[in-house]
Design a binder for this molecule. Structure first.
Ligand code: ATP
Ligand code: MG
Ligand code: MG
Ligand code: MG
Length: 438
């Protein structure tokens, strides 16, 4: 991609409305544009990262055996009356009327709808366990939308729903999602800690929130530092096997959000030097809620004994759009964003110091092609701005690698390769630099 033909509206000044680093940097780097309170357009570079995050989530859900479908954003109010929570949900729900005076709502979550889909199509225990998920925009009319995409009103969520014949099977489904979440967040270059959590309006009796530790997080959290060093399950993890040891290992050290924090237990179980009291950003949550929806909505399956029983359900959310904010909170410095490789909008920024010089332009185009042939995305700054402006913009955008190409270097046969995260610089022959990145 050539920057001269791209839409990257970077800002030099800090936008006054942004209170935290990730919000400031997303606006300054030209990733998003606010359209209304808590409602954003995703500009091209922001959308690239959103899609990369989404792709990782999807791969790990599929690996864990979940089936992707896509439910609509608009739902009938009657469906929510059936499950009994239309009135209970309150002002966070955006309620809409169509021209026929039918009551609709913009879905804040999908338990009710997915239960109706399941009920209409699955009758036998033989199809279970089943896990259905989608990645879809949600709307919650948050009282205080803030911190940019972190607490939006319209936001992108991955939500999965499991269906099982009994509680023991449902707990295994819960464990599959728990393990998939450990892998998902680690692949994005962040550490999200599973913590015991309250089940909230969704109900049920077993839940963990996954939190990225950050001072700007909205939840106070308490944990044993031992949880920070636990190993992430590998790609070969057997989702049909016994996941209990992994879940037990991850839930053994004390880790809880303020809502369920037990101060005495914390002091009793965790030695003083390992007590960590900090703040965190909720990037995902897993729930087991039993028959909360299946009983009122009569989502029954015929069991091995021939009787009809309500299925045992769970739901599993990931805040896909919130993750951009969380990843930036965890990775930035004075100069700007420091993207992890896996989710950066582009892997490499090519900084052309002498645009218009035919030899330099040709070399930039050549390394660009070579990078793309290796499956790497590159953004070529071919604008005719000053070098200082280009360097500052590349640092702000936070691409993992910068390949700096200019007449002076090339007279020695070299280019400069800079690693954004460490500031480390290498002077290499152009195609050695390309090989170094791959
Ligand atoms: P919060 O406690 O932050 O309000 P929640 O517990 O209400 O979140 P869930 O119902 O658990 O959210 O939804 C699943 C995930 O969706 C959350 O873990 C979070 O990552 C994301 N999410 C929830 N609300 C928002 C929002 N307003 N903006 C962006 N992401 C959100
Ligand atoms: Mg909420
Ligand atoms: Mg919450
Ligand atoms: Mg939650």
């Amino acid at each position: 991609m050539r920057l001269s033909r791209y839409l990257l509206p970077t800002l030099k000044e800090n936008p006054a409305e942004a209170q935290i680093a990730s919000h400031r940097l997303m606006l300054r780097a030209g990733l998003i544009r606010q359209e209304a309170a808590g409602i954003y357009s995703w500009l091209p570079a922001g959308l690239r990262t959103l899609r990369k995050i989404e792709a990782i989530v999807r791969e790990e859900m599929n690996r864990a055996g979940a089936l992707e479908l896509l439910m609509p954003t608009l739902q009938l109010a009657d469906l929510w009356r059936e499950s009994g929570r239309y009135d209970a949900y309150g002002p966070e729900m955006l309620r809409i009327r169509d021209r026929h005076e039918r009551e609709l709502l913009y879905g804040p979550t999908n338990e009710d709808m997915v239960t109706a889909i399941f009920r209409a199509n699955v009758k036998s225990y033989r199809a279970l366990p089943m896990n259905l998920y989608h990645v879809q925009w949600k709307f919650r009319d948050e009282q205080r939308p803030r911190f940019g995409v972190m607490r939006g009103r319209e936001f992108l969520m991955k939500d999965a729903y499991s269906f099982d014949v009994d509680e023991a099977a449902a707990r295994r489904s819960y464990q599959r999602m728990f393990v998939a979440y450990l892998r998902t967040f680690a692949r994005m270059g962040i550490r999200a800690i599973p913590m015991r959590a309250e089940t909230g309006p969704i109900g049920g009796d077993l839940s963990h929130e996954f939190l990225v530790l950050a001072q700007t997080g909205e939840s106070a959290v308490y944990c044993d530092k031992a949880v920070l060093d636990l190993p992430i399950p590998g790609a070969g993890v057997d989702y049909d096997g016994d996941l209990d040891p992994i879940v037990r290992q991850w839930t053994a050290p004390y880790a809880a959000t303020e809502d369920v924090h037990d101060f005495e237990r914390f002091e009793r179980e965790v030695p003083a030097e390992r007590r960590l009291q900090t703040r965190g950003i909720e990037v995902g949550q897993v729930f087991y809620f039993g028959t909360k929806y299946s009983a009122p909505m009569k989502a029954l399956v015929t069991g091995a004994d021939g009787g009809d029983k309500p299925i045992h359900g769970g739901s599993y959310g990931i805040g896909v759009s919130r993750l951009l904010g969380a990843i930036i909170e965890a990775g930035h410095d004075e100069a700007g964003i420091v993207w992890p490789d896996a989710v950066a909008p582009f892997n490499v920024g090519i900084v052309n110091l002498d645009p218009g010089d035919a030899q330099i332009d040709e070399l930039c185009a050549g390394v660009h092609g070579a990078l793309e042939a290796m499956g790497l995305d590159a953004l070529h700054d071919d604008t005719d701005e000053r070098p200082g402006v280009k360097f500052a913009r590349m640092d702000l955008l936070g691409l993992p690698w910068q390949l700096i190409v200019g007449r002076r270097g090339l007279s020695q046969g070299t280019v400069e390769l800079k690693r954004r995260a460490t500031g480390e610089r290498l002077t290499l022959a152009p195609y050695d630099a390309v090989a170094h990145i791959g």
